[in-house]
Design a protein around this ligand. Structure first.
Ligand code: T1G
Length: 696
């Protein structure tokens, strides 16, 4: 026994019970406890043994906090092999989520039963790993190679009924009493002879498998998970299950697991796993803050953002009142929402009934009075302070006293908006990223007067609508957009100094970003930034000594706003929007440099990469210094979930730590030496560089 695993006898059945909150992870003491308890069970007179867990879930995997540290015995194989070699039937009784090492443990039992609400899965791929306790060898033996490749390389959760139909589970038992159901199942097995069904001995489904399954899976992984190593190793392991005897397949799994475990990619992805969870914690928030019950919400504005925001709530069954100024805008907005749902339905991810159910949850209106009973309102109107102030003035009048008022502004001052209301403590920023119904990131902008209750409630709502929330402070651009502003500025300066668009984009794309800065600008629309710069009177209003590049303006003046107009920095084929270099724009850039008297030079790809990445990192250091972000890992979460940085890089601050802050700081100083107008080395970066410190 150990502090987390106990063994009791209930009549003629042994019960091994794990109790290792919060998710019964397979920590070293659990592995030892399991081994000790199953040894005890094997030696006594019981006829079967049930493995069950206390708390909210069956074993949810290995203890990720143990990774990257010296391994503590025993290895997974000790308890798992002992279970599989027991002299009597072992039944796994599953509730909650049997994931990773948890499902692998269950696969070493002779039978598996679960309540219908349970889920199973092998999500190690999301941690940059692969199932390292036999999952890649046993799961294909139950469900076949194709399904196993999908489950392991995809890393998804499988609901219990589906898992039962696929053969992973032997039975579903009453939600009300898992243990009783498992005991009844055990007695049935024993009375039928007590067969010891070892998954490792089932070979029909891994024999004569078409090798094309693995080739197709590899091609797909390379395309959809570009740069990630784990999916390819997962596929190789399942292939080994279909081409090698079990023990050799296990050896191959161990070899490939160790490779991934030792690779920076898995450290980065585990960093993001914990960073995502840390991001929802507010350092100065008391533990007992009230969370308001948000039963109905209002959304102001049925444009691209408002419609997408409304979908997030409808998707989880929360009714939405969607307000617009004109019927035609409402009709258009709802048409876009319906089209989005129908596109999802076409892919088989929604039924027609679910489309109607979700559309039915969105109530359109032109009348502010219809917002009187909602519990939270999210404003998503035109990005103009006067318009937002007018809207918040009205909302303050019609909304009930306990209603939270949130703004979706992407850069404007939330405090200034709050000040036009009589409830500034209930005003907060909820910065969704476009498309709002797809992007998982939500920057939660905490105003100077935002109450803890408003903040805690908004965090709870964020989790309820399945977003990844990061609490940020008020400044121009908050965290993500403030950093991207410096990044995009460097992309412009690289153009005027000597690069062509594809030479700016390539190094960042090769690093793993979904796309380079100029392709991203073309996708977002060049006119957005152009209008903001015009609104600020730039370049005429430029402060003395500031640097400004007009290339973007020149392109917009030609009516080229990016993909949506068929051309921006690149030209786009109207049939498939494929991107091509555009000689006209490249000539415009070259002519611009000449006009400005800038002698163009050959700029190495490495300098391009450093200037773009270090612009992000240096601004991130300023943001940390000013307390706009609580922790460096929050910035990493923002960039992975909001800006297409692959999780295997861990985000800009994790990347900087890996490069070495002394090297980063040295290069930032060199850039500042050459271009003091656009580089201000952050004091925090200097301090950490000189003290050998790291951001995370
Ligand atoms: N190890 C350690 N801590 C974990 C953990 C784990 N596996 N899973 C969750 N936690 C912590 C988490 O950090 C948080 O801590 C708390 O539990 C609640 O988590 C050999 C090598 C199970 C679906 O990838 O997907 O097995 O912030 O906020 O939203 O092949 O946690 O409270 O201090 O996420 O209800 C494979 C990872 C591991 C599952 C629950 N398993 N976990 O979600 O709660 S590798 C996984 C999850 C492996 C073997 C390999 C989710 C959840 P704190 P939470 P939740």
């Amino acid at each position: 026994m150990s502090q987390s695993v106990s063994y009791t006898v209930d009549g003629d059945i042994g019960i091994v019970r794990v109790n290792n909150p919060p998710v019964n992870a397979l920590s070293h003491h659990v592995r030892q406890g399991l081994y000790d308890c199953f040894m005890a069970a094997d030696a006594d007179a019981t006829v079967a043994t049930i493995l069950i867990c206390d708390g909210r879930t069956f074993i949810a995997g290995a203890d990720i906090t143990e990774f990257g540290k010296p391994p503590k015995p025993p290895h997974f194989s000790l308890p798992l092999n002992a279970m599989e070699d027991m002299s009597k039937p072992v039944i796994a009784a599953i509730h909650g989520t049997a994931l990773g090492g948890g499902l692998e443990t269950a696969l070493c039992c002779h039978y598996r039963v679960a309540v219908p609400s349970a889920k199973v899965g092998l999500p190690e791929v999301h941690l940059g790993l692969l199932p390292g306790a036999g999952g890649t060898q046993r799961l294909p033996r139950l469900i076949g190679a194709q399904a196993a490749v999908d489950a392991i390389a995809g890393g998804g959760h499988i609901d219990a009924p589906t898992a039962h139909a696929a053969g992973v589970l032997d039975a579903l038992v009453d939600e009300g009493d898992l243990l009783e159901g498992a005991k009844a199942f055990a007695r049935k097995i024993v009375s039928a002879g007590g067969a010891l069904n070892k998954v490792r001995d089932i070979n029909e489904k891994v024999t004569g498998v078409d090798p094309a399954i693995f080739e197709t899976a590899r091609a797909n992984a390379i395309k959809t998970r570009r740069g990630f190593k784990a999916p390819l190793s997962c596929i190789a392991c399942v292939e080994a299950a279909c081409t090698l005897p079990f023990d050799e397949g296990m050896a191959r799994e161990r070899e490939l697991f160790q490779e991934l475990h030792d690779d920076l990619q898995s450290a980065a992805q585990q960093h993001i796993f914990f960073a995502e969870r840390a991001a929802s914690k507010v350092n100065d928030m008391p533990k007992d803050v009230t969370v308001l019950d948000i039963k109905r919400v209002g959304v102001i504005g049925a444009g691209t953002m408002g419609g997408g925001i409304a979908m997030n709530f409808a998707n989880v069954g929360i009714p939405v009142t969607l307000l617009e100024m004109k019927q035609e805008f409402l009709d258009k907005g709802l048409g876009v929402v319906r089209a989005n749902y129908e596109r999802t339905a076409k892919k088989g991810r929604l039924s027609a009934a679910q489309v109607e159910e979700r559309m039915g949850l969105i109530t359109p209106t032109l009348d502010y009075a219809d917002l009187a009973d909602v519990d939270m309102i999210i404003e998503a109107v035109y990005e103009n302070m006067d318009v937002k102030k007018e809207v918040f003035g009205k909302l303050d009048e019609v909304a009930k006293p306990s209603c939270i008022l949130a703004t979706n502004t992407s850069t404007l001052d939330v405090d200034e908006i709050a000040r036009v209301t009589k409830r500034p403590e209930m005003v907060i920023g909820t910065h969704f990223f476009s498309p709002a119904n797809v992007m998982k990131l939500l920057e939660i902008v905490r105003g100077e007067q935002t109450s803890f209750e408003t903040l805690a409630t908004t965090l709870a709502v964020t989790k309820a609508i399945k977003k990844v929330g990061v609490v940020v402070g008020v400044c121009d651009g908050f965290v993500g957009n403030r950093m991207i502003h410096q990044y995009l500025a460097q992309s412009q300066y690289l153009l005027e100094e000597g690069c062509l668009p594809h030479e700016v984009d390539a190094p960042i794309y090769d690093l793993g970003f979904a796309m380079g800065p100029l392709t991203m600008s073309d996708l977002a629309g060049l006119d957005v930034g152009w209008r903001i710069r015009q609104g600020k009177g730039l370049p005429e209003s430029l402060a003395e000594g500031d640097r400004y590049c007009e290339i973007g303006d020149r392109i917009c003046e030609k009516g080229r706003f990016g993909q949506k107009t068929g051309g921006g920095y690149y030209k786009y084929d109207p049939s498939d929007r494929s991107r091509q270099r555009d000689p006209e724009i490249e000539q415009l850039i070259i002519d611009y440099s000449r006009e400005k008297g800038i002698e163009r030079r050959e700029i190495e790809g490495n300098e391009v990469l450093e200037r773009l990445m270090y612009a992000l990192i240096n601004e991130g250091a300023w943001i940390l210094e000013e307390g706009i972000a609580q922790r460096a890992s929050d910035i990493d979460v923002i960039y992975v979930y909001g800006y297409g940085v692959p999780a295997y890089l861990g985000g800009p601050m994790f990347y900087a730590d890996h490069i070495g802050l002394d090297k980063v700081y040295q290069r930032v100083c060199e850039f500042a030496e050459r271009d003091p107008a656009s580089w201000k080395p952050a004091p925090l970066l200097k301090k950490l560089a000189e003290s050998g410190g790291t951001f995370n």
